[in-house]
Design a protein around this ligand. Structure first.
Ligand code: TYD
Length: 216
């Protein structure tokens, strides 16, 4: 049995990564392929802790309420990723199951480098994640910050620490540069401003091409 296909869905907050990851997983299942749908931060121990930090619900005693620095966040996300890979992603791929993840190391490169205030730090973050295998395809949902902002406002979940419009606009621009910075990795940049179904169709097309390349 061959390895499953590994697909990551990426973009800023409100780009639609969760919606599109779920739609893609359903489509692959409809085609009769076994699929494991997952996300980062993961549902493992480190990922669960990160979610508390993102919602501002975890502040250590003795920290005088100071938020964790970007370096600490980058290390936590990288640790969560290794645990996610070993416990969920690699075992499933090895069993011939496709894995669709809502976010992966590209989120670390974009979010932690932009929040560092010094985008050149992206290469350190890339190094931290060097042992995380590259996906067979990374879909970047390219959206205008104004469109993403409207979508964020429409959802009821708690506001997270990165959801400032100016930061999100810089991150949207950074995502557009990723295929050039990580040359050699397979990317599909998709117009995420369009409606849910139109975006889904574009993603399905990109995944089909990746499958042909992969021979799965
Ligand atoms: P998100 O994917 O929006 O999940 P939920 O819908 O459950 O709130 O939240 C994850 C946030 O974490 C998002 O703002 C992106 C950020 N993030 C990073 O900063 N670095 C990373 O490596 C990852 C995976 C996510």
């Amino acid at each position: 049995m061959g390895q499953g296909l590994f697909v990551a869905i990426e973009g800023i907050d409100g780009a639609g990564t969760s919606t599109q990851a779920e739609l893609l997983a359903n489509e692959l299942r409809r085609e009769g392929r076994p699929v494991h749908l997952t996300r980062e931060p993961s549902d493992g121990p480190i990922g669960s802790m990160i979610r508390q930090v993102l919602r501002g619900r975890l502040v250590a005693a003795g920290s005088s309420g100071r938020p964790l620095g970007w370096e600490t966040m980058a290390l936590l996300f990288a640790a969560d990723r290794m645990d996610h890979l070993k416990s969920e992603i690699e075992p499933n791929l090895g069993d011939g199951i496709d894995v669709v993840t809502d976010r992966y190391y590209h989120s670390s490169i974009v979010y932690q480098a932009e929040t560092s205030g010094e985008p050149a730090t992206w290469s350190w973050i890339r190094t931290l994640n060097q042992r995380a295998r590259a996906p067979n395809l990374t879909v970047i949902l390219d959206v205008q910050e104004k469109v993403a902002q409207k979508r964020r406002a429409a959802r009821r979940s708690a506001v997270e620490i990165f959801e400032e419009p100016e930061l999100q606009a810089r991150m949207a621009a950074f995502y557009r540069r990723l295929p050039e910075l990580l040359a050699g990795e397979p990317f599909a940049v998709v117009d995420g401003n369009r409606g849910i179904d139109a975006v889904h169709e574009l993603i399905v097309g990109a995944v089909q091409s990746a499958r042909l390349r992969q021979g799965t």
